[in-house]
Design a protein around this ligand. Structure first.
Ligand code: AP5
Length: 188
């Protein structure tokens, strides 16, 4: 099974991605983690995207598509992929649709994690105290939420129209969110 996980910053994509990949044996591929690894390794891609990530802006489509596509294709040839944080715009979704059509790896379901805005900010600021992620500060959080509203939220309607969307109330404890996702996927 191939699954997309979308949601605003702090909605639990990484948390649920880990849980679902454990439970379903899918390969969890996080766009943010791949980008942070490039930054940490000081690669040419990392140097190009670092300031954009610190500002909470999207990195160029070509960069993120080039990073995500190969592991997604490899995962789809095996147990299936669970893409976390990608696609993040209708343009990226169209690129995925084209590529997936070419190699026969279309997603079977799209999970949208819906959480109230004040809870998102609370979670991210709590994480900032523990992890110190460079983009977890009030100014960048505001920018990330605005980018989500403008670029990513239209994906909800996009995938709903295609009959792929499962809207999940992710404003509850992590176990309850996992249970709701598994039920939506028909594997509970
Ligand atoms: P990315 O790493 O994807 O960040 P994000 O979307 O802002 O999401 P977060 O990692 O902040 O949150 P999450 O939804 O994974 O929640 P988590 O499980 O961590 O992207 C970072 C940047 O990379 C972007 O800003 C952009 O610049 C770039 N980028 C990435 N993808 C891109 C793309 N496709 N195109 C262009 N640019 C791209 O949970 C958050 C916290 O809450 C944790 O502490 C967790 O323990 C806690 N928590 C989780 N679930 C619950 C719960 N149910 N109850 C209480 N607490 C919870």
């Amino acid at each position: 099974m191939n699954v997309l996980l979308i949601g605003p910053p702090g909605s639990g994509k990484g948390t649920q991605g880990d849980r679902l990949s454990d439970r379903l044996g899918l390969v969890h591929i996080s766009s943010g983690d791949l980008l942070r690894a490039e930054v940490e390794a000081g690669t040419a891609i990392g140097r190009k995207v670092e300031h954009l990530m610190h500002a909470g802006e999207l990195v160029p489509d070509l960069i993120i598509i080039s990073l995500m596509l190969r592991p997604a294709i490899e995962a789809a040839e095996g147990p299936g992929y669970l893409l976390d944080g990608f696609p993040r715009s209708v343009e990226q979704a169209e690129a995925v649709r084209y590529a997936a059509g070419q190699v026969g790896i279309a997603p079977a379901a799209v999970i949208y994690l819906d959480v109230a805005r004040d809870e998102l900010v609370r979670r991210i600021l709590a994480r900032a105290e523990v992890e110190g992620r460079a983009d977890d500060n009030p100014e960048t959080i505001r920018a990330r939420l605005q980018v989500f509203d403008e670029a990513t939220l239209p994906l909800v309607a996009h995938y709903r129209e295609r009959g792929l969307l499962h809207e999940i109330n992710a404003d509850q404890d992590a176990d309850a969110v996992t249970a709701e996702i598994l039920k939506a996927l028909g594997v509970a």
